[in-house]
Write a protein that binds this ligand. Structure first.
Ligand SMILES: C=C1C[C@]23C[C@@]1(O)CC[C@H]2[C@@]12CCC[C@@](C)(C(=O)O1)[C@H]2[C@@H]3C(=O)O
Ligand code: AKG
Ligand code: FE2
Length: 367
């Protein structure tokens, strides 16, 4: 089975860019100027992303409804200590405020997984994003030792603790979502005997959206879906994240103090046979405040094949997707980007079971 770096070796991200010193730029350079950018999200919102209290006895039902109708929800009372959320933001803040030459010491290579740099999706867009990211896959020790030779262990400890805590929450959320689909612990062998998803794989993505001189013409992170089962996102109190909803357009996800945003990813879309569509989302930037976010991108163990679950397949609901491992799907994403889901599709959409990336194909204008 190919490793992720082997998968990416065939689809390296080569983006020609002069190192952007975001802080010194008074004007938006042409290479960052996006046209046809609809930054006015529906201001008088009648609807907003569901907020679910994880202590609510009806949480699974509410989550199921949110996944079906939005592909995203926010959770409160999730049990993650606020101290840990503040600490992981501090790690991100410390990293992104380092001088550019330091950050480039840990630059992600074009075919690499971990390190500092542009988002992988950058190669699919003609314009650059007002964004810098740092990907952690496994231990951050080597990179953090290079960044903070005297002081790396504190940063490492926080990341490892965050990772462990998020893994537990991801397991809990996974079951709530599967339960809402009528899938039990016995039905998913790779969930483990106690169903804790201990073997799940995950990547931690630190994101920074610096202050921008011309936010109406810049893009923080271009529209995309995550290639995960689910993503747990912590955003600081600065808005910018928007999700696309059929009939409403772009809807801002209002930051909740210490709340977490949960995205349905493409692999859950596949596992649910299209019942829980992965959410298309993007990030806009801000004139006065830097925005930081931390994404815990969670997938299945690397040897597990994800396919539409047998309980969700019948003669009237044929399987819409073939089986894929996470690495295989990341390879499809690296090659086809927004057509990755279609690339693993078995049959054409029927009725309301449709492919979100296809549905939004023509509604997103960039570049
Ligand atoms: C495992 C991964 C998912 C991801 C690509 C990556 O190798 C690490 C970062 C992830 C991310 C975060 C920003 C959006 C995204 C589309 C991207 O370019 O990098 C996702 C990728 C994904 O979910 O496909
Ligand atoms: O910064 C955000 O709010 C979103 C980040 C994101 O979409 C990602 O890391 O995949
Ligand atoms: Fe995302």
């Amino acid at each position: 089975m190919p490793s992720l770096s082997e998968v990416y070796r065939t689809h390296p991200v080569h983006v020609q860019h002069k190192d952007p010193d975001f802080n010194s730029l008074q004007e938006l350079p042409e290479s960052y100027t996006w046209t046809h950018l609809d930054t006015n999200s529906n201001c008088v919102m009648k609807e907003s992303v569901p907020v679910i209290d994880l202590n609510d006895p009806n949480a699974s039902k509410l989550i199921g409804h949110a996944c079906k109708t939005w592909g995203v929800y926010q959770v409160v009372n999730h049990g993650i200590p606020t101290r840990l959320l503040d600490e992981i933001q501090w790690v991100g803040q410390s990293l992104f405020s380092l001088p550019s030459h330091q950050k480039h010491k840990v630059a992600r290579s074009p075919d690499g997984v971990a390190g500092y740099g542009l988002a992988r999706l950058s190669s699919f867009f003609p314009k650059l994003m007002w964004y810098e990211g740092f990907t952690i896959a496994g231990s951050p020790l080597e990179h953090f030792h290079q960044l903070w030779p005297q002081n790396y262990s504190k940063h490492c400890d926080i990341v490892m603790q965050y990772d462990e805590t998020m893994k537990n929450l991801a397991g809990k959320l996974m079951w709530l979502m599967l339960d809402s689909l009528g899938i039990t612990k016995e039905d998913i062998k790779w969930g483990g005997s106690k169903g804790q998803f201990k073997k799940a794989s995950a990547v931690l993505q630190l994101n920074s959206y610096p202050i921008c001189p011309d936010p109406d013409r810049a893009m923080g992170l271009a529209p995309h879906t995550d290639s995960t089962l689910l993503t747990i996102l912590y955003q600081n109190n600065i808005s910018g994240l928007q999700v696309h909803k059929e009939g409403l357009g772009w809807v801002t996800v209002q930051p909740l103090s210490h709340g977490l945003v949960i995205n349905v990813g493409d692999l859950l879309h596949i596992l649910s046979n299209g019942l829980y569509p992965s959410v298309l989302h993007r990030v806009l930037v801000n004139r006065t405040r830097q925005r930081l976010s931390v994404a815990y991108l969670c997938g299945p163990p690397s040897n597990v094949e994800i396919c539409p679950h047998a309980k969700l397949v019948s003669p009237s609901q044929p399987p819409l997707y073939r089986s894929v491992t996470w690495n295989e799907y990341l390879g499809a994403k690296a090659k086809h980007f927004d057509k990755a889901l279609s690339s693993v599709r078995l049959c054409s959409p029927i009725n309301e079971l449709f492919d979100v990336s296809e549905a939004h194909k023509n509604s997103v204008q960039v570049g």
